[in-house]
Every structure is written in C-alpha cells, then in structure tokens.
Design a protein around this ligand. Structure first.
Ligand code: DAH
Length: 345
C-alpha cells in the first residue's frame, strides 16, 4: 500500500520531466492535466491519509516536489514559447517575394465585345444603348416587319406575359429605330447589347446572346462605304483582308448581304471551323430600306445609310475555337481561367 502510493508519485514525476511540449495547445493540455482544478496531482495529496505517520512528512515533500516541478515546467515552457513567437515576428524576411494574389480574367464575350467597340471607335462610331425590354414597334414594325410579315418567323420571340405589345428584343436592330427617331443625320452608331430568342439551347444556339449593331446614315452613303467599313473591321478583328458578300434577305435592308471572312482551309481545325469551305460567316448587313427611314422620320430622298448586325458569341467562338456556346454562359472557372491575359490571334 505504502510502496504503491510512493511509486505513483515517482511515476508522475518522471512523466512530467519527460513530457515534450512543443506548442501552445500542448501547453494548455499540460496545464489542465497537472495544474487545473481537476488535476491529477490533487488526489495524491488526499492519499496522505493512508500513509503511516512516520513517512507522512517524506510523502508530503515528494508530492509537493511533483507539484512544483509541474509549475516550473509550465512557467519555463510558456516563456520559451512566447519568446519563440516574438522571434518569429522579428524574423520576417522583408526581402522575400510576396504571396501572389490570383487575378481574375475577363470573360471571352467581354474581350471580343471590347475589341469590336475599339475597332468601330477608330472609325468614329459612338455607342448607343436602349432597353432589352422592347415594344413591338421598335423591334419589328419600324424595321419594315409589320404584324403577319413572314420575316417575324425568322426570330422566335419572348413576349412579356399578358402584354403582347412588349417583348424581349430579338436583335439590337431595335436600337436603330430609337436612334433614328431621336437623332438627326449624320448618324454613326454601334449598339452592343444582349438579345433574346425562344430557341432550344444546344451547342450552336442559345436563348440569350450578344450582338453589335451598326448604323450609318448621311447624305450619299453607298454600298461601297458599307463594304469598306466591313473590310476594315475584318482586317482588324481577324487579320484577314479577304472577304466576300453573299446576297441575303433582311426586311430592313435592301439590298441585303451576309459577309464571310477568309479563314483558311489547311489544317484540320481550319476545316472544322469553316465546315470545309475556308470561309467564316460573321455578319448580316445592307443598305437601310427607305421605308425604314420613313417610318422613323428621316427624309429618304436626302439621306441614305447602311446597317449591319453581328453575333458576339459567334465571333468569340471562332477566335477562341470554342465549340459549344453553352460554355459561354455557365461561368465554369476552369473554362474562364484560360482567358487570363489571352493574346487574341
Ligand atoms: N438583325 C439581324 C439578325 O439579328 C442582323 C442584321 C442584318 C442587322 C442586317 C442589320 C442588318 O442591321 O442590316 O439576324
């Protein structure tokens, strides 16, 4: 019995001496175990009752020594840890390179849109904007597309619920109507913006996308001016000066054309992107129909003009060889990260 109690105390003494304490958490655990209100030394003091009288003094001294060595160890280690922390603060290497902050990237649609705006800015085009919720007149009727006109079927429209005269604009051509109604020629604007169509979403089509509309109205504007403007755009945007115009139809232009840019047809990628032709279709355009000028209060005897409209996603997909339009709307960072500091080719 006596041997047992002495042994226990000595064992504890050894544990305290040998225990390694390397951080503040371990020190706190030590404090709770040996010095806290329910510490494991306390019961050893209580055990003095069972010690024979002649050895009580010796036992008491031994337990006290254990308690003291726990206290000393606690003091000593906490001093060491505090001075270590202080040294660490002082030892910051001010010449070490800082942690890099990860920069975000511009969205490919913004990259292309900004480049398009810059190109037309150099040609003196200013930016016009208008509402994405549009009325039927500005989106269709003013642009020579009255109700029941078959061309309305070209664009599946989202109408506003309970109000068939209001809709989500199906093209940025609606901005043309606003500008012509409110400005006197000469007019030279581009209208970048979002448009909506009730289309089934697939790799090649989406229910929302962006367009850049262009409109130039002045005296004696000719098809040659349109061609030259598109030529300049294609050269700046794609580095290609070879373009071709194919006759087409739009209700608001006469004559109308679609424009292809020569991309090349050598590599497998060239073939895939151009469907084997080497040509890329980039926009629709034409001479503003005199009926449209009249609808919007512009003297069609005195003035003529050209207009064009292009899809921004389409151009982004071509430039970056993105083969699924949905990627542009999903905001997956693994996709977007690739556009950090992108050099546009
Ligand atoms: N608005 C047409 C579309 O979304 C594109 C377009 C074609 C715009 C010819 C024009 C134009 O201004 O003249 O398909």
């Amino acid at each position: 019995m006596v041997i047992d109690a002495f042994d226990k105390v000595r064992e504890l003494q050894a544990i305290i001496a040998a225990g390694k304490i390397e951080n503040k958490e371990e020190l706190e655990a030590f404090r709770i175990q040996f010095l806290g209100t329910k510490n494991i030394i306390k019961p050893l003091f209580g055990a003095i009752r069972d010690i024979p009288n002649e050895r009580k003094k010796e036992y008491g001294q031994l337990v006290n020594a254990v308690k003291q060595s726990a206290e000393q160890k606690f003091e000593q280690i906490s001093k060491q840890l505090n001075s270590k922390a202080a040294n660490e603060v002082e030892q910051i290497d001010l010449t070490a390179p800082g942690e890099t902050i990860e920069l975000g990237s511009r969205h490919p649609v913004s990259l292309v849109l900004n480049q398009m705006i810059e190109i037309f800015d150099r040609l003196g085009f200013t930016i016009a904007e208008d509402s994405e919720i549009e009325d039927d007149w500005h989106n269709f009727t003013a642009l020579n597309t009255p109700e029941d006109h078959p061309a309305r079927d070209m664009q599946d429209t989202y109408y506003i619920m309970n109000d068939p005269s209001r809709l989500l604009r199906t093209h940025t051509s609606s901005v043309q109507s606003h500008v012509m109604m409110t400005q006197e020629p000469p007019i030279r604007i581009i209208a970048p913006g979002r448009v909506y169509r009730n289309e089934t979403i697939s790799a090649r089509a989406h229910c929302q996308f962006h367009q850049v509309e262009g409109l130039y109205i002045a005296e004696k504007v000719s098809f040659a001016d349109l061609r030259q403007t598109i030529y300049y755009f294609a050269k700046e945007m794609f580095g290609s000066t070879k373009i071709r115009m194919r006759p087409s139809f739009f209700p608001f232009t006469e004559p109308s054309a679609e424009v292809d840019v020569w991309w090349g047809c050598e590599t497998e990628t060239d073939k895939r992107i151009t469907k084997g032709t080497g040509w890329l279709e980039i926009l629709g355009c034409g001479m503003v129909d005199p009926a449209v000028l009249k609808n919007c209060g512009i003297d069609s005897e005195k003035y003529s003009g050209f207009a064009f409209g292009m899809g921004v996603e389409r151009i982004a997909m071509l430039k970056y060889q993105i083969d699924d339009i949905r990627l542009l709307f999903e905001n997956d960072v693994r996709f977007l990260r690739q556009f950090k500091k992108t050099a546009i080719f």
